[in-house]
Write a protein that binds this ligand. Structure first.
Ligand SMILES: *[C@@H]1O[C@H](CO)[C@@H](O)[C@H](O)[C@H]1NC(C)=O
Ligand SMILES: *[C@@H]1O[C@H](CO)[C@@H](O)[C@H](O)[C@H]1NC(C)=O
Ligand SMILES: *[C@@H]1O[C@H](CO)[C@@H](O)[C@H](O)[C@H]1NC(C)=O
Ligand SMILES: *[C@@H]1O[C@H](CO)[C@@H](O)[C@H](O)[C@H]1NC(C)=O
Ligand SMILES: *[C@@H]1O[C@H](CO)[C@@H](O)[C@H](O)[C@H]1NC(C)=O
Ligand SMILES: *[C@@H]1O[C@H](CO)[C@@H](O)[C@H](O)[C@H]1NC(C)=O
Length: 446
C-alpha cells in the first residue's frame, strides 16, 4: 500500500488526503496509540507492557500489524521563523537557534546519575546498564551563532523569587528532570508537592526562592482518560475540544515562566465532544462516528490553549515546545523496533515522520498567529522548536535500558524498547540550553 506516499508539509493539503492515506494512518495510529499509552503512562512494569501489547488489540478487529513497513517519510523543507541575535559589536545577525548540528563536546555531561537525585529509574540509562556513553559528548550548535551552555548559577539567580512550570505529558517530565539535574549542581531542590500518581510535582529552591513545577496534562484540554496505573485502557478517551484542562489553567496565574507542550496523546483513539455533543472521533471503528482525525482535535486544542494564554490578564513568558520525535527503527515499539544507533545524524540525513510534521506544522502556525496577537498585549510567547534538532539524536533514547539491567539474566531477552523518551544525562539537556537562552537572554532576541 501507499508506502511511497508523501504529503507536503503544508497542512492545508491534509484536507485532500486520500483514502489509502486515511487507512494507513488509521491503522498505524491505533497502534501508535498503544505505544503512547505505554510510554506516556507512569509506573509501568515490564509485565504490564507485555500484557498491554496484546489485550487492547484483541478486542479491536484490526488488520495484521504492518510489521516491517518503514514509517512514511516526508521531505524536511521547513522554514523556521528566524530570531535575531546580537554579536558583541551589537551588530544584529539572523540566527535560527533551532537550525544547526550536533558537534563534539569533550566536556561531557553536566551531571551524573550520582550527583542527581531526582532522576527517575526509566531515564537512568547508565544505572540500567546501557554500555555506551558516546551520546554524552555532543552539544547542539546553531549554524549562525553560538549557543551558550546552560549556566545553572546564573539561571537560578535570574529565577530568584520566580515560579516556572512545565506543562504537558511525560516528555515534559523528562525535560523537567533534566533541568533539575542540571540545577542540582548549584542547589538541591526540595520537593514540596506531588499529586496522587506522582505525575505533577513541585520543587522549591530555598536559597533563591525559586519554584519549579511540572504539571501533567497530556492533552492540555479537558479529557477523561480511562487508564489504570499500568496504562491499560478500559474505554476510549473522551476529549472536550472546547474546554481546557483546569489542572493547569487554575494555577496559571502563579507562573512567571511556562514551557508548554502537547501532541503525541492526540494520536490515541478518542471520542470528541464539542458543545455537549459528540461530534466525532479519532480511530473508533464500530462506533458509527465521524472520523475527524487527530489533526482536527490537535489544532482546536492548541488554538484554545493559545487563546487562553493571549487572552489572560496574567502574562508569563511562555515557550510552546514542538512535538518530540521518536526513533523506532525496523519496526515500531510493538514489533521489535529498536534504536541502537550510537552517534547523531547530520542535518539532512533523516526525514521527519509524517505525524511529527503534521503536529509541528499545527504548532508553528498557531503559535505564530498567537505570538502576533500576544505581542500587541505585551505577552512574550515563543516557539521552543526542538523537533528537528532532536530528530538528529537517535542515539539518546533508553532503548532496552528503560528497565534495570534488562539482559542480566538472558543476553538474548526480548525487551520492549523506549525510543521516545530520553536518557539522562542526554540530548534533552540541550533543550535547557535553548530554554535558558530564550528566557534569560530574551532581550537579545527582541
Ligand atoms: C552595545 O550594547 C551595549 C549593551 O547592550 C551598550 O551599552 C552599548 O552602548 C551598545 N553599543 C552600540 C555601539 O550600540
Ligand atoms: C550510576 O551509573 C553507574 C554505571 O555507570 C552504576 O554503576 C551506578 O550504580 C549508578 N548509580 C546510581 C546512583 O544510579
Ligand atoms: C517567594 O517567591 C514568591 C513568588 O514566587 C513570592 O510570592 C514570595 O513572597 C517569595 N518569598 C519570599 C520569602 O521572598
Ligand atoms: C460550539 O459553540 C460555539 C459558540 O457557543 C460555536 O462558536 C461553535 O461553532 C460550536 N461548535 C460546534 C462544533 O458546533
Ligand atoms: C450511523 O449514524 C447515522 C447518522 O447518525 C444513522 O443514520 C445510521 O443509521 C447509523 N448506522 C448504524 C449502523 O447505527
Ligand atoms: C543494531 O541492531 C541491529 C539488529 O540487531 C544490528 O544489525 C546492528 O548492527 C546494530 N547497530 C549498532 C550500531 O549496534
Amino acid at each position: 500500500m501507499g508506502k511511497e506516499m508523501r504529503f507536503d508539509s503544508n497542512p492545508s493539503s491534509l484536507h485532500k488526503q486520500n483514502y489509502v492515506f486515511c487507512v494507513k494512518f488509521a491503522v498505524s495510529f491505533l497502534l501508535m496509540g498503544l505505544v503512547f499509552r505505554l510510554f506516556f503512562s507512569d509506573s509501568i512494569t515490564l509485565s504490564s507492557l507485555i500484557e498491554t501489547t496484546t489485550s487492547p488489540l484483541a478486542d479491536q478487529k484490526t488488520e495484521p500489524l504492518p510489521v516491517s513497513s518503514p514509517p512514511v517519510q516526508t521531505l524536511s523543507a521547513f522554514d523556521f521563523p528566524a530570531s535575531e541575535t546580537q554579536t558583541s559589536a551589537n551588530e544584529t545577525i539572523k540566527c535560527d537557534i533551532f537550525k544547526g548540528n550536533w558537534i563534539a563536546d569533550p566536556s561531557g555531561p553536566r551531571y551524573t546519575n550520582e550527583s542527581c537525585h531526582v532522576m527517575e529509574a526509566h531515564q537512568n540509562c547508565m544505572k540500567n546498564g546501557r554500555p555506551d556513553s558516546g551520546y554524552f559528548y555532543w552539544r547542539w550548535s546553531p549554524r549562525d551563532c553560538d549557543l551558550p551552555k546552560f549556566n545553572p548559577r546564573s539561571f537560578l539567580d535570574k529565577m530568584r523569587d520566580k515560579s516556572m512550570a512545565f506543562i504537558g505529558d511525560s516528555i515534559s517530565r523528562n525535560h523537567v528532570q533534566s533541568l533539575l539535574c542540571i540545577l542540582s549542581q548549584v542547589e538541591e531542590s526540595v520537593e514540596v508537592y506531588h499529586d496522587k500518581e506522582y505525575r505533577s510535582k513541585r520543587w522549591h529552591f530555598p536559597t533563591r526562592n525559586f519554584t519549579l513545577s511540572v504539571i501533567w496534562s497530556p492533552f492540555l484540554i479537558k479529557a477523561a482518560i480511562f487508564e489504570d496505573i499500568n496504562g491499560v485502557s478500559s474505554s476510549e478517551i473522551q476529549l472536550h475540544l472546547e474546554e481546557l484542562d483546569r489542572v493547569w489553567t487554575d494555577q496559571y496565574n502563579n507562573f512567571d515562566y511556562v514551557v508548554i507542550a502537547g501532541g503525541k496523546w492526540f494520536l490515541k483513539t478518542a471520542v470528541y465532544h464539542e458543545n455537549n455533543t459528540v461530534t466525532g472521533c479519532h480511530y473508533c471503528p464500530g462506533k458509527n462516528l465521524t472520523e475527524l482525525g487527530f489533526e482536527y482535535a490537535y489544532r482546536k486544542a492548541v488554538h484554545l490553549v493559545l487563546n487562553f494564554i493571549t487572552g489572560s490578564e496574567h502574562k508569563p513568558f511562555v515557550l510552546y515546545r514542538t512535538t518530540t520525535p521518536d526513533h523506532f527503527e525496523n519496526g515500531e515499539w510493538f514489533s521489535g523496533g529498536y534504536c541502537n544507533r550510537t552517534v547523531p545524524f547530520k542535518e539532512g540525513e533523516v526525514d521527519m515522520k509524517d505525524v511529527d510534521t503534521v503536529l509541528r506544522n499545527i504548532e508553528l502556525e498557531e503559535v505564530e498567529k498567537a505570538a502576533t496577537v500576544g505581542s500587541e498585549k505585551g505577552l512574550k510567547l515563543k516557539l521552543l522548536d526542538t523537533t528537528q534538532l532532536t530528530l538528529l539524536r537517535p542515539d539518546g533514547h533508553p532503548g532496552p535500558y528503560r528497565k534495570f539491567q534488562p539482559f542480566a539474566e538472558d543476553k538474548n531477552a526480548k525487551v520492549q524498547n523506549d525510543c521516545l523518551h530520553w536518557c539522562l544525562p542526554g540530548p534533552i539537556d540541550s533543550w535547557n540550553d535553548l530554554v535558558m537562552e530564550l528566557f534569560v537572554n530574551a532581550d537579545k532576541y527582541d
